[in-house]
Design a protein around this ligand. Sequence first.
Ligand SMILES: C[S@@+](CC[C@H](N)C(=O)[O-])C[C@H]1O[C@@H](n2cnc3c(N)ncnc32)[C@H](O)[C@@H]1O
Length: 408
Amino acid sequence: MIVRIEKLVYNGYGLGRGEDGLVVFVPYTAPGDLVRVRITERKRDFAFAVVEELLQESPHRVSPQCPHFGQCGSCQWLHVEYKVQLQAKEEILKRELKSLAHAVEPIEYGPSLGYRRRALLFVENKLIGFRGFRTNRLVPVGNCPLLTDDMNRALLVLYRFQTMLKRAREVWMGEDKDASCLLIDVSATAKVKDIHEIFHQLKETLETDVGLRIRYAGKRSRLGKDILKEKLCGVEVCYTFGSFFQTNRFMVESLVRKVLELVPEGGRVLELFAGCGTFTLPLSKRAKSVIAVEANKGACDLLRESAERQGIKNLNVVNADADRFTAEFSDAVDVILLDPPRTGCTPELVKAISKVNPEYVIYVSCNPTTLARDLRRFSNYSLVSVKPLDMFPNTFHLESVAFLKRTG
Ligand SMILES: C[S@@+](CC[C@H](N)C(=O)[O-])C[C@H]1O[C@@H](n2cnc3c(N)ncnc32)[C@H](O)[C@@H]1O
């Protein structure tokens, strides 16, 4: 079948139409490509396909700077001009929001390579890599253009230790935004004897602070650092091995600043899904009071320690489930800030937030589809603005900050 690709869509595919009008989703294509495809899966109204031959190349194609592109699932759009990716992301957000699309502001972005400072890699047969696009197959990676330089250098060091790789299953890496410290967490199936030598070579190669942790059978060995520290809008935020934190080192501060700008000075804030305090800690300087709710106990402990060390007294960290906590919450707050996982929030949580009745809701989302679904459920709020930020260049992922105001 011959297909002309019309646009890029959420989930990373190019969307085209066959001669019979059938909608076909084809990975690794660009708007304007004319491709001969092979259907891999046929649904009632559409199909998935793969390219058999590129008949006419889109003018928006660029040469992907990665030998693994096309197999590796960690980026989908490395072959598309960055400005076209940005346009596609704005359009995707508008399409998802439908009648709310008028609220979408221009997308904010930064450098498109070397930005990714947190990653989980997998190890099989002594090879380290990412999973393929929509498969479980390991794609071994020697160097990834999205990762920071230190992470790429660390990968090369790890490859020198074949005995360790034989036992390793996963490698988590995380770096502070200023690239001054890299933490590496290896999970293994048996004891790794050369931890000192691995650490020594990492230190020598990276010239930054390093923390190396190796875990197996419930035991942990660690050498070097165990905390990443960074200043966000003038306030120190800390993370540790395996913590969730914003992936894009160049854009994290813009994201935090965007959220802060929306919070009225001296306001009372309830924050749900707070993590280690990326928003919470800078927010505590602006707000009268912050209640931060987070399900992960380790993240809550880190957040409390960061607050104590900086003498922050107007913050109450609650280790709880966001739904349950909000359903029983009866204090008055001016703002509810939420940053849920990709699945978005439950209808019950939207109801509970509406019942708390804050003047403003700030919804940070990494999934435009669940964001659009959830925004439609806030019936007594109007959408003032949605700011897209490209936290994940060269991939289809998109972060947005939605700002809602109570109507009643
Ligand atoms: C997208 S992350 C955001 C973290 C933080 N706002 C940040 O930017 O670093 C979502 C967070 O929600 C937490 N979480 C997931 N489900 C939760 C729940 N049901 N209740 C409370 N927190 C939850 C996760 O542990 C994670 O820290």
